[in-house]
Design a protein around this ligand. Structure first.
Ligand SMILES: [Zn+2]
Ligand SMILES: [Zn+2]
Length: 132
């Protein structure tokens, strides 16, 4: 797949498609936003290496939970393990294995495809709300 890759320098690469693990969904990115955090990452913020990008709209193309396939989605970018001592106490924000898509230890949205846990996805309705 096409992907923007950052390793101190930004380059357009042809990288293997990510594979969704159990409980994850493969999403085809339709739109990705660029924000100030991305510009900071390119200056070295967070020491990120990989595919940046954390604001996106996409369509689920592969998922063990079939009801998600074909849905238009956005995603919560903080990914927690659900198993460490903090997660088990309901303190997911302090998860010892927390990653942040496109910012900390997890590939992001500046690519044809991305993977996130299903519990991180929010469906985006297919129609716009009408006037009034
Ligand atoms: Zn942002
Ligand atoms: Zn955890």
């Amino acid at each position: 797949m096409r992907a923007l890759h950052f390793d101190g320098k930004l380059s357009l690469r042809n990288l293997p498609e990510p594979r969704p693990a159990s409980g994850e969904a493969l999403t085809q990115v339709r739109f990705a936003g660029i924000c100030g955090t991305d510009l900071e990452i390119l200056k070295g913020y967070s020491g990120f290496r990989g595919i940046p990008g954390h604001e996106f709209v996409g369509e689920v193309v592969e998922c063990g939970e079939k009801a998600w396939v074909g849905k238009r989605v956005v995603g919560e970018i903080n990914v927690t393990c659900g198993e460490c001592d903090f997660c088990r106490r309901g303190l997911e924000r302090h998860c010892r294995r927390r990653t942040v898509m496109g910012i900390v230890d997890r590939d992001g949205a500046f690519a044809d495809f991305l993977v996130l846990p299903v519990r991180n996805l929010h469906e985006v309705p297919g129609t716009r709300p009408g006037p009034g």
